[in-house]
Design a protein around this ligand. Structure first.
Ligand code: NAD
Length: 479
């Protein structure tokens, strides 16, 4: 596989072989920093998806019989080769999706953890013995892999999502067809090279590159796909949910967010401020669990806005390879327009720009909005840029009520010294995740990660995926 990435046009990885698109077409991927050409990738067709699903289905017959030792070794080997190819992966994260090196390193390190945690799942695919009312019956449940898992990943954290979901699926004995974001195909192709080098059996992991809008339904609606794990926007997730419901294909959906942070008057602002900044400015705000709403108790509201504005003015917007850089370019022209529209709409309707508000090239300045009202798009809709709104609240109860006034329910945070209040918030916030005195951005390999409502269905992580990506079978023996 060495040298494959020197080829300017990326190919699919199907059944252990590199193949071009059956239609012969390619699509262009741009470096979001300056819209320069980054790479060409095979523009997958429905036929390519069907070939990948057939390869994964054929491979499943033998792959499900592999031992925990074999799968564990492959996953750990993938992590080892990833370490050896760190530079390739980091360069790709910087040049393909505009990750500042700091965020690229965060993803890389997390990715290694995801693989090693998944290796620990291999020995844990367990059932149990069950007492029986029938005399002489030995009754048990056995846990089996589902078959072919469709993994669909977004542009913003392609390495975290690829390592976690592919590794978890493979760990428990499934095979995979992966449709990466059309804005991040190269990262998945690099990963496929690593998987091949690690000796994972041909067909266990397949990648089809292409436009989700053209070939996504061929994958999620395929009769031989046994599970779908999707991370991306709520609108695409809703569409996939409908297809999966019709076909009775189980699915995990990790979607958008509008995560809230409450800052109570007793919070220590010296501790809170850097965490608040991290919550929204990391990777230029292109994080599903970014905090795009801050509710701050009135006694400290002015001080909070003042300090946040000072930090916002100093957040690194330099060379992406400078470790001090935080702000990434917004991924695409369409997304840049969305961020600009959200700011312009808020300003036109009376919001005050406390910091930022403008673009420098393809990057949006860290932007803080105050006096935001319900009629403004930015109030309720995901922006996916370094833009957050700060609202004053007169009580904890008001903060909780406002934080819950959202169709999304992904992450949440509260900063306070009052432990009763903190736990009350954790119990009553409508979100899949809650961090007390920590930022909304937090993820680990083994935690139940996911959201409610418009933020998705189901959880991912080693334990959650072990359950979601396997099925129990009841077996009895009459003695
Ligand atoms: P997106 O929905 O545009 O694309 C995600 C993936 O869906 C891509 O691989 C794309 O090719 C594919 N796709 C598009 N149409 C499809 C279809 N009809 N069928 C199947 N697949 C299809 O999202 P994006 O812009 O890449 O990512 C940003 C979004 O992802 C944000 O809303 C963000 O909040 C969300 N996100 C959520 C999480 C989470 O864990 N909850 C994590 C990261 C990102």
């Amino acid at each position: 596989m060495d040298g494959h990435t020197d080829i300017k046009t990326l190919e699919h990885f199907i059944g252990g072989a590199w193949v071009g698109a059956s239609g012969g077409e390619t699509f262009e991927v741009l470096n979001p920093l300056d819209d320069s050409h980054y790479v060409h990738a095979a523009k997958g067709t429905g036929a390519d998806v069907r070939a990948a699903v057939a390869a994964a289905k054929a491979a499943f017959t033998n792959y499900k019989e592999t031992t925990p030792t074999e799968r564990e070794r492959w996953l750990l080997r993938i992590a080892e080769i990833m370490e050896a190819r760190q530079k390739d992966l980091i360069d790709c994260l910087i040049d393909e999706i505009g990750s500042p090196v700091q965020k690229a390193m965060f993803e890389f390190t997390k990715g290694l953890t995801m693989l090693r945690a998944a290796a620990g799942m291999c020995r844990n695919v367990r059932g149990e013995t069950i007492p029986s009312d029938r005399p002489g019956t030995f009754s048990m449940s056995i846990r089996e892999p589902l078959g072919v898992v469709a993994v669909i990943t977004p542009f913003n954290v392609p390495l975290i999502k690829t390592t976690r979901l592919v590794a978890n699926a493979l760990a428990v004995g499934n095979t995979v067809v992966h449709l990466p974001s059309e804005m991040a195909p190269h990262l998945s192709i690099l990963f496929a090279e690593i998987v091949a080098e690690a000796g994972v059996p041909a067909g266990a992991y397949n990648v089809v590159t292409g436009l989700g809008v053209e070939i996504g339904d061929d994958l999620t609606g395929h009769a031989d796909v046994d599970f779908v794990t999707f991370t991306g926007s709520t609108v695409v997730g809703q569409h996939i949910n409908e297809i999966c419901a019709k076909n009775k294909t189980p699915a995990t959906l990790e979607l958008g967010g509008k995560s809230a942070t409450l800052v109570m008057a007793d919070a220590d602002l010296d501790t809170v401020m850097p965490l608040a900044a991290r919550s929204i400015f990391m990777f230029g705000g292109q994080a599903c669990i970014g905090s795009s709403r801050f509710y701050v108790e009135r006694p400290i509201y002015n001080e909070f806005v003042k300090r946040f504005s000072m930090i916002a003015g100093k957040v690194g917007m330099g060379d992406l390879r400078d470790p001090a850089t935080v702000i990434a370019p917004i991924i695409s022209q369409r997304q840049r327009q969305r961020v600009k529209d959200h700011i312009a709409d808020a300003v036109a309707k009376g919001a005050h720009v406390a910091a930022g508000g403008a673009f420098e090239g393809n990057r949006c300045q860290p932007t803080l909005l105050t006096d935001v009202s319900e009629t403004m798009t930015v109030c309720k809709t995901e922006t996916f840029g370094p833009v957050t709104s700060i609202y004053p609240i007169d009580s904890y109860e008001e903060g909780l009520e406002k934080a819950n006034d959202s169709e999304y329910g992904l992450s949440s945070a509260i900063f306070t010294k009052n432990i009763d209040r903190a736990f009350h918030f954790a119990r009553n916030i409508n979100a899949g995740m809650c961090h007390i005195n920590g930022p909304t951005i937090h993820d680990e390999a083994h935690v139940p990660f996911g959201g409610n409502g418009e933020s998705g269905v189901g959880r991912e992580g080693t334990d959650a995926d072990l359950e979601a990506m396997t099925e129990l079978k009841w077996v009895t023996v009459q003695l």
